[in-house]
Design a binder for this molecule. Structure first.
Ligand SMILES: [Fe+2]
Length: 291
């Protein structure tokens, strides 16, 4: 594999979280010199930055709100991120030629892992993100609609990942509504934390976050964090997505007759049946939709 070190844990794709090593430290695409060229050149909307600054004066806020990567050097941007509570998220850096090989090789490694696990040959919806974030910043508890490999390049994090289908952490109703894009607010209780696997995450490390496994992240205090994430769907997780949407759509009608949909993630044949039904329902809906 080009980007991932071999690990027996890779066979746990979308079953459990695990930490392993990536091979991308020192990759030229991720050098500060290259980022200084790439970030200002990406098209509008690819580079997003937070606006919630907590410290260090109004000047920085006004600069960051304009567009830091177009008004500051990369070193100044990272220095401002070091002393504020902010982040930059790059959505799709592979738009730039310098990231294209890296993107293709990451997809190749993900597909290699997928084939070994018997969850399809080709990845669906692969999306690459880069995050540059302040020391001590926190990403609160949430789930993602994709499977994910997160790779660390600079600074450290504590990445807490929770069991994937635990209904106490995330109720089936909330999970279904989240995946159906109807609700992104998930209740959090401090006692949940005892259920997390906590990864001490440093440069060279990679972590797998399974499909819809809850997670929260705390950056270390010593440096700005730079990380890369590849989100993707497999044949299996696409069926889970569709089955969750099917459950979300049918839950109201079933409730009226005192029933509830069977859970997703326990019986592949049932998830696949729901996925086919959901796709058929969407086709019918599209046909009936007035042109
Ligand atoms: Fe996430």
């Amino acid at each position: 594999m080009h980007c991932f070190e071999e690990s027996p844990s890779l066979s746990l794709l979308d079953r459990e979280t695990f930490k392993f090593q990536h091979k991308l430290m020192g990759h030229p695409a991720l050098s500060l010199e290259n980022l200084a060229k790439v970030l200002p050149a990406l098209s509008d909307g690819r580079v997003k930055h937070s606006k919630g600054f907590l410290k260090n004066g109004d000047d920085f806020e006004s600069v960051m709100c304009k567009d830091p990567v177009r008004t500051l050097t990369i070193e100044e941007t990272i220095e401002q991120i070091r002393v504020s509570d902010s982040y930059i998220m790059v959505d799709g850096p592979e738009e730039d030629a310098s990231f294209k090989d890296l993107y293709r090789e990451l997809i190749g490694d993900v597909e290699d892992v997928m084939r070994r696990c018997g969850v399809g040959e080709r990845v669906t919806d692969p999306r690459l993100f880069m995050f540059i974030a302040s020391p001590n910043s926190i990403t609160p508890f949430h789930i993602d609609r994709y499977s994910n490999f997160l790779m660390q390049f600079r600074g450290s994090k504590e990445v807490s990942v929770f069991p994937q289908w635990n209904d106490t952490l995330v109720s089936p109703e909330n999970r279904e509504a989240y995946v159906a894009l109807q609700n992104t607010k998930l209740p959090w209780k401090p006692e949940f934390d005892a259920l997390a696997v906590k990864h001490d995450f440093r440069p060279g490390d990679a972590v797998h976050i399974p499909f819809t496994a809850g997670h929260h992240v705390r950056n270390g205090s010593e440096d700005v964090s730079i990380s890369l994430s590849i989100f993707f769907s497999t044949r299996e997780s696409l069926a889970w997505q569709n089955a969750l949407r099917f459950n979300h759509a049918s839950r109201g009608a079933l409730r009226r007759v005192g029933m509830k949909p069977a859970p997703v993630g326990t019986q592949p044949w049932r998830d696949n049946s729901k996925s086919y039904m959901w796709q058929a329902m969407r086709k019918v809906r599209n046909v009936l939709r007035p042109s």
